[in-house]
Design a protein around this ligand. Structure first.
Ligand SMILES: C[S@@+](CC[C@H](N)C(=O)[O-])C[C@H]1O[C@@H](n2cnc3c(N)ncnc32)[C@H](O)[C@@H]1O
Length: 273
């Protein structure tokens, strides 16, 4: 696809507020896919399916065979009357590629035999530790290593969504030799190279997991257990225990306005009394 074709298709389907990638970010993905020619690709965070539809096209034009895309929701947040991924087919067109869609799950629930990826894109929950956790959970499913794109590196800075600092904490754990920020959208997208041993990635993961979490909602107990079990299986008991320590410390912390107001009132009463 040339630039004009991307532009036409993008503007036919893009809507403000639907959380999709920008046009120049798609061109960044296309250039890396053309260089590395991945056969199997996984996307975490389907939403409308705009990025998925373009990824399917870029893969097909470079010999790709399969795109797997998954989303935690069943219905698309931007239009609850539509199913997640409803834009994949209209954007994909007749690109010859298998697309497998999973709705209502996180990576923690993706069947173990859905594996063997060469490249991926994480654009799901941006609150720490999700982007790092998704990265750690994808390593076992990318046996040959490969590049993993992440989105919204600077969301916390631009929009003041301070909870969405997850992509930045994830990026910070990687050495320069294994990360690259694109100039697209002012430096909002990057890739990580997962071609490193599980020991090295586990050590980097441990450091990142112990940075205070910024979740708006605590992880349910079942997700804590599933994440601990999967991290333990792939990286060993030390990372499992680090994850559980971090969960005990941070899963329930809240930096919320109501809490701050209650604190302020308490201090005022204490000062008055
Ligand atoms: C920013 S949107 C993705 C946009 C899409 N990649 C695009 O460019 O068109 C994020 C999506 O991730 C989903 N999501 C949130 N948390 C998730 C998780 N832990 N695992 C998988 N999907 C998640 C949301 O339901 C939402 O649809």
């Amino acid at each position: 696809m040339d630039r004009q074709a991307i532009d036409d298709l993008y503007h036919a389907h893009h809507r403000d507020g639907w959380g999709s990638v920008a046009e120049d970010e798609l061109e960044f993905f296309q250039s890396v896919i053309a260089a590395d020619r991945p056969g199997n690709f996984i996307e975490v965070g389907t939403a409308s399916g705009l990025s998925g539809g373009f990824l399917a096209r870029f893969l097909a034009e470079n010999g790709g065979r399969r795109l797997v895309t998954l989303d935690f929701e069943e219905q698309f947040f931007g239009d609850r009357s539509r199913q997640v991924g409803f834009q994949i087919d209209p954007v994909k067109g007749d690109a010859a590629i298998e697309v497998a869609r999973y709705r209502g799950i996180t990576l923690l629930d993706l069947p173990e035999d859905v594996t063997g990826f060469d490249m991926g894109f994480v654009d799901a929950n941006h609150q720490h530790p999700w982007p790092l956790l998704d990265t750690l959970l994808l390593h076992p499913r990318m046996p040959r290593g490969g590049k993993l794109f992440h989105h919204d590196l600077k969301l916390y800075r631009d929009d003041g969504h301070f909870n969405s600092i997850g992509p930045k904490h994830c990026y910070d754990q990687f050495p320069d030799s294994h990360r690259h920020v694109s100039a697209a959208r002012g430096g909002n997208s990057y890739w990580l190279d997962l071609s490193m041993s599980r020991e090295e990635l586990g050590a980097r993961g441990a450091a990142g997991l112990l940075i205070p979490w910024t979740l708006m909602e605590p992880l349910p107990e079942a997700q804590i257990e599933a994440a601990a079990a999967q991290l333990g299986r792939h990286y060993g008991p030390a990372l499992r225990d680090t994850f559980l320590t971090a969960a005990a410390r941070f899963n329930w912390i809240r930096i919320s306005r109501p809490k701050r107001i209650i604190g302020k009132l308490k201090r005022r009463f204490a000062a008055a009394g």
